[in-house]
Design a protein around this ligand. Structure first.
Ligand code: BMA
Length: 342
């Protein structure tokens, strides 16, 4: 078993959330967390849904990566007012992916709007000494978009994309991101089958994505999307993604696998797992708000080498949402993930 579940139950359920009136009272679910570690402390950014099906992000932190203290109030999202000036109405900000880059904490979220699903990039704005590393206030850097003259666009000129993850460093001097444009689906929520690589000079205007990997029809990963941000190793960028099997009569099954990308040119796939590495099996994964979902969205490698790579023998803690209802953890190592890709 390459990904081993931590303990016999989820790490966080709705019961772990404090009451945060007026926004969050008797929450329905907590799932799909972003994750990072700073100075030995693990931070999660939780997606919390209320009974009104409103969405909030709530920070949590832990000294052992297992028992988390959840903040007493949701994240304040700053800078959204500027968007309403443009007439854009935002319904939900969700599925945060955290990347520490150039000593700053960056968060990429999906954003459901009256003009489809967008990606938003945020930076911490608050006081890093707050106990949640400043995650309690996020300032909008911008929405991911193509160039105003239409010569480039994150998804062929229109910005309907999801599952965005920033690389932790520039590549060829430019910011780099993987994301997954939403393609036309016959029914159900917007999704897609190709993860693309885009670059930007300012985190706002992104060039047209170049395809990195696509879904494999009939198998476990027919539709795909990035999981946590890529992890730098001496062998390449290690990346976990979710795959959706859509060929079952009555249910879509969300699983997770991995891919290894070339360090200099992340559009070059060096290896990819044939089988999934994590699939819904436990009760809390097969039953819940959306049954049969494991959705990795954050991870932490415990040891880095002198060059800043995640060491091959490093443990990796994967934090994932299960059944869009709870947060769970599965552990593995860098070496095991890489060999599964080969
Ligand atoms: C995806 C996203 C995720 C969600 C998953 C399973 O399309 O909406 O936020 O966890 O579906 O419902």
């Amino acid at each position: 078993m390459i990904c081993r579940r931590f303990g016999s139950k989820p790490l966080l359920t709705r019961c772990h959330l404090p009451q945060m009136p007026p926004e969050i009272v008797d929450a329905s679910s907590v799932f799909n967390p972003g994750a990072m570690a700073i100075d030995g402390v693990t931070y999660l950014l939780l997606r919390v849904q209320t009974r009104g099906r409103r969405t909030f992000l709530v920070p949590a932190h832990s000294h052992d990566g297992a028992e988390f203290r959840v903040a007493q109030r949701p994240v304040q999202l700053l800078g959204l007012d500027g968007l309403s000036g443009s007439g854009l109405h935002v319904y939900h900000v969700y599925d945060p992916r955290i990347t520490v880059m150039e000593d700053r904490i960056h968060v990429v979220t999906a954003m459901d709007t009256d003009r489809g699903c967008r990606l938003a990039i945020w930076r911490t704005a608050g006081n890093p000494g707050s106990g949640f590393a400043g995650l309690d206030n996020l300032m909008l850097v911008g929405l991911v978009r193509g160039s105003p003259d239409g010569t480039s666009g994150v998804s062929s000129g229109h910005e309907n994309t999801r599952n965005g993850v920033l690389f932790p460093e520039r590549i060829d001097g430019r910011y780099a991101m993987l994301h997954r444009p939403n393609g036309p689906q016959s029914d159900g929520p917007a999704s897609g089958n190709t993860i693309v690589f885009s670059q930007s000079d300012d985190l706002r205007i992104w060039d047209t994505g170049r395809a990195v990997l696509s879904g494999r029809p009939h198998y476990w990963d027919e539709l795909i999307g990035s999981g946590p941000p890529p992890l730098k190793t001496e062998k390449g960028w290690l990346h976990v993604y979710h795959g959706v099997a859509t060929h079952f009569q009555s249910v879509n099954i969300y699983q997770a696998g991995a891919v290894l990308l070339d360090l200099a040119d992340p559009t070059r796939v060096l290896g990819r797992t044939r089988d999934n590495l994590l699939e819904p099996r436990e009760g809390w994964e097969v039953t819940g708000q959306v049954p049969n979902v494991v959705f990795p969205s954050g991870w932490v490698a415990d040891t880095l080498d002198d060059a800043g790579h995640a060491s091959l023998d490093s443990r990796v803690r994967i934090y994932y949402g299960a059944a869009d209802t709870v947060v769970a953890r599965a552990d593995t190592t860098v070496a095991e993930l890489i060999s599964a890709c080969e």
